[in-house]
Write a new protein. Structure first.
Length: 302
């Protein structure tokens, strides 16, 4: 047998009917339920099920079935080996747009510039993996030519972080984690959020300026899917940690290589394609859900 833990997190409370359905499903796969642990000091919003599985069980098939159960009950689940790898994490890396924050910044820039619908359509197709990321980025940035620098400040003031982000970052910093942004968005905004949230690293694309207006070009190497994964390696080396000690959170197709490379990769409120391919999904709760997945108990804001 092989020991695992299934962490289940709800925004309200996980009722006994839901738990029994999950247990019945696991037992139908010849799993042995060894125990139930409430991670929230009796509120029952986050529960660990400690499970023994047969050595030959099919992890991906079980995860697929659990995803359907999670959707039925609107709870988030993560199935993990019940060993020190769960808690031995040192770095959390976030995508920025629609992950760390609630917006696609390039769409916000386009709205201010009067070309919102045109750019938003390209963004949606790029995030679904339907378009070449580099070409889609260049095309959208070219349409932003002439946007004034002062507009960037105005856009930044109106951007909101995703629910639970400040609480999550505060909590993991107390645990000694480092945090980073690796974004296919823009450096101006990534650096601002790094400072605002007290994070350690920020990587994003740089825009070229012609005096105080955008030239319509990207400067330097584009941070695409492959570059995101490479930067993960770079951070691991810099922090002298293994990839298994990294958590990566993202929502788009260009995040998948990064999510796949990290020890714990999670698709956050992502498109179906991304959720299916990522190791783990977080589809219902705020970012603080991740604290329970990492084995950090307490009454975290849900």
């Amino acid at each position: 047998m092989s020991e695992f833990v299934l962490c289940c997190v709800s925004q309200t409370s996980i009722d006994s009917t839901c738990l029994e359905e999950i247990k019945t499903f696991l037992q139908s796969k010849n799993a042995v339920i060894k125990g139930t642990i409430d991670l929230t000091n009796s509120s029952n919003k986050a529960v660990d099920l400690v499970i023994d599985f047969p050595l030959n069980f099919e992890t991906q098939k079980i995860k697929s079935d659990l995803t359907q159960l999670a959707a039925k009950h609107k709870i988030d689940m993560a199935l993990m080996a019940n060993d020190t790898s769960r808690t031995d994490k040192k770095l959390i890396v976030f995508d920025m747009d629609s992950t760390l924050i609630q917006h696609e910044v390039i769409d916000e820039m386009a709205m201010v510039h009067g070309i919102g619908d045109k750019v938003k359509l390209i963004t949606e197709r790029a995030m679904n993996g339907e378009l070449n990321f580099d070409e889609a980025l260049k095309e959208r940035v070219s349409l932003l030519k002439g946007l004034k620098r002062e507009s960037m400040d105005s856009i930044m003031r109106n951007l909101k972080v995703s629910p639970g982000v400040p609480e999550l970052i505060s909590a993991v910093k107390k645990q000694g984690y480092k945090t980073a942004i690796i974004s296919g968005g823009f450096k101006y905004f990534a650096e601002n959020f790094k400072t605002k949230l007290g994070m350690d690293y920020a990587f994003a694309n740089d825009l070229e300026w012609d005096q105080n207006v955008l030239s319509g070009r990207v400067v330097g190497k584009i941070i695409n899917a492959q570059e995101k994964a490479r930067l993960l390696d770079e951070l691991a080396q810099k922090e002298k940690i293994s990839l298994q000690q990294i958590v990566a959170v993202g929502d788009g197709a260009n995040d998948l290589p990064m999510l796949g490379k990290a020890g714990f990769g999670i698709a956050y409120h992502a498109k179906e394609k991304v959720s299916k391919e990522a190791k783990h999904q977080m589809s219902f709760g705020p970012m603080t859900t991740l604290l329970y997945f990492l084995g950090i108990p307490g009454n975290h804001d849900l």
